[in-house]
Design a protein around this ligand. Structure first.
Ligand code: MSP
Length: 513
């Protein structure tokens, strides 16, 4: 029996308006989870929001609202967009939940009891937009390493002895090659760990910030947001809950955290050492994906005024067009450009031309020459049959392998390569002409195409759930075929069964103006 999968996205800052960065991680997670469910893996998919901190407190105050009420309102921005993008998550985690507060306070109490937390006066540079303190030496041109404004803060705070875990963390990363992925990011973290690791400031005086989780051993302080938020991943599956020990044991060893590369240190270093200090096992993998860039190769961000609202492109290419683009046009782990033109080109080339035309051409010809009844195979094979059959019958296993290696773009690519082979097969045999000379041979060609579409339609469901449900319905396939049978029980259609012609599944779009 395959092991389960616990997949998480970051908890997004509740104050933000959801943008392409949030949508990307969440969509990637959704698509990976849907693939795993397809072959029967038990999946738990967590997303949610990070609600504490100075930015949220300030925004609430500016609107004359209580922070909790502000968060409740803002959380709907995320819930709504995930609904629109058809994200099938299992849990929407909120750090303002009292159950979360209990776990964070328990973690703090344990570390305090183990003398892994101490109090000290401190002076540092604070980047409010990142909620991170920097030492003077870390600043680049008077700003944070990622370019945020910083201001000098001096105060007494609590510190977590993160430095005590440096050697163990290096050893863990080196002994578990899959812990930090992709490999380039693992090397980056090991590079960072060559310098002495500082201890981590984990409190904020209430006098400066009240909207947070109170430090259990000092009521004048609240918990630093990152220390608070990172605990969600384990809290969601039962950390420190004696009633849920089985749940934790079931999911935690299979936890995979998907994050953007800008929050790699907080996960690879803060979170890993926190777990070590709490004497808890580490998750299986932390995978840092790349960024969507503007056409000037800059990270898309609100501060640069370039954030494309996922909704905007959804209105042009449809939810599923956008889901496809975001899967196909970026190697998971690398950067890629995002523009309306690129989205439209990709949707036209792959969905309208390659897949859509193949479906329209084949179902149209079945309608015209076979009155909509699924034609029979010939007893002998035709030219290119072997090439097409080989591609189609090996496809499910190849797709599965790519998904297991966290390569959704490659999975999409090989499905569309198979559809291209199928288009070449149709062009080679020209069934529209063949039908007039040798109807059974034309029927064989069309049957090959329909069987290929059936397999590809199944394998594309995680990316294009609604469109593929429509495609499969046209092929008379209302019930899903068990994944293992896709190749093993090929072919799947029955001679004479009804094949629907229908409208274009992906209408061609006008080029971006
Ligand atoms: N609250 C923290 C995470 C805490 S996890 C315990 C946080 N939130 S965030 O709202 O800023 O997260 C934004 C996410 O979007 C990050 O994973 C970031 O990498 C991602 N992106 C933001 N802009 C992006 C692009 N232009 N492209 C791809 N993803 C990028 O950090």
């Amino acid at each position: 029996m395959a092991h389960p999968l616990y997949l998480t996205t970051p908890l997004y800052y509740v104050n933000d308006t959801p943008h392409i960065g949030h949508a990307y991680t969440t969509l990637a997670a959704d698509i990976l989870c849907r693939y795993h469910r397809l072959w029967g893996t038990e999946v738990y998919f967590l997303t949610g929001i990070d609600e504490h901190g100075q930015k949220v407190e300030k925004a609430a105050k500016a609107q004359g609202k209580d922070p909790q009420a502000h968060c409740d309102d803002m959380s709907l921005n995320f819930v709504n967009i995930w609904n629109e993008l058809n994200i099938a998550y299992d849990v929407f985690y909120r750090t303002s939940d009292p159950a979360h507060h209990r776990v964070v306070q328990e973690a703090l109490s344990q570390l305090h009891a183990r003398e892994l937390i101490y109090k000290q006066s401190y002076e540092g540079w604070y980047a409010e937009s990142e909620e991170i303190f920097y030492a003077e030496k870390d600043l680049v041109d008077g700003k944070s390493p990622s370019g945020s404004e910083v201001k000098k803060v001096s105060e007494t705070n609590y510190f977590f002895k993160m430095s005590a875990f440096q050697a163990r963390l290096i050893a863990h990363i080196e002994a578990h090659p899959d812990y930090i992925q992709p490999k380039s990011k693992k090397n980056e973290v090991l590079g960072f760990l060559k310098r002495p690791l500082q201890d981590l400031c984990i409190s904020r005086p209430k006098a400066r910030l009240a909207w947070g989780i109170e430090i259990p051993f000092d009521r004048d302080y609240v918990t630093y947001v990152w220390f608070d938020a990172l605990l969600n991943y384990a809290a969601a599956v039962g950390l420190f809950d004696t009633q849920r020990e089985d749940t934790l044991a079931k999911w935690w060893p299979h936890a995979v955290h998907l994050i953007g590369k800008d929050i790699l240190t907080t996960h690879a270093v803060y979170w890993s050492t926190m777990l070590m200090a709490l004497e808890q096992p580490l998750p299986k993998t932390i995978f840092a994906h790349g960024w969507w860039l503007t056409s000037d190769n800059e990270k898309m961000s609100k501060s640069k005024g370039s954030v494309v609202k996922p909704l905007d492109m959804k209105d042009t290419v449809g939810v599923e067009g956008l889901r496809y683009f975001l899967t196909r046009d970026i190697r998971f782990g690398s950067d890629a450009q995002f523009s309306a033109e690129l989205v439209i080109n990709r949707v036209n080339t792959d969905l309208a031309n390659n897949l859509g035309n193949l479906l329209n051409r084949s179902t149209g010809l079945v309608e015209k020459y076979f009155a909509g009844a699924c034609p029979a195979f010939l007893a002998t094979s035709l030219e290119m049959d072997d090439q097409l059959n080989q591609a189609v019958r090996t496809l499910p296993a190849r797709v599965k392998k790519h998904i297991e290696q966290l390569e959704p773009s490659e999975a999409a690519e090989i499905i569309f390569e198979t559809l291209s082979i199928c288009n070449q097969y149709v062009d080679h045999h020209a069934p529209w002409t063949l039908a007039k000379e040798n109807l059974p041979a034309a029927g064989h060609v069309l049957r090959q195409v329909l069987e290929c579409l059936l397999i590809c339609g199944h394998l594309l469901q995680p990316i294009l759930p609604q469109k593929m449900a429509a495609l499969l319905a046209r092929l008379g396939q209302m019930e899903p075929i068990a994944f293992d049978l896709l190749a093993a029980s090929y072919p799947h259609l029955k001679e004479g069964q009804r094949i629907e012609k229908g409208d274009a599944l992906f209408p061609r779009l006008e080029a971006a103006s």
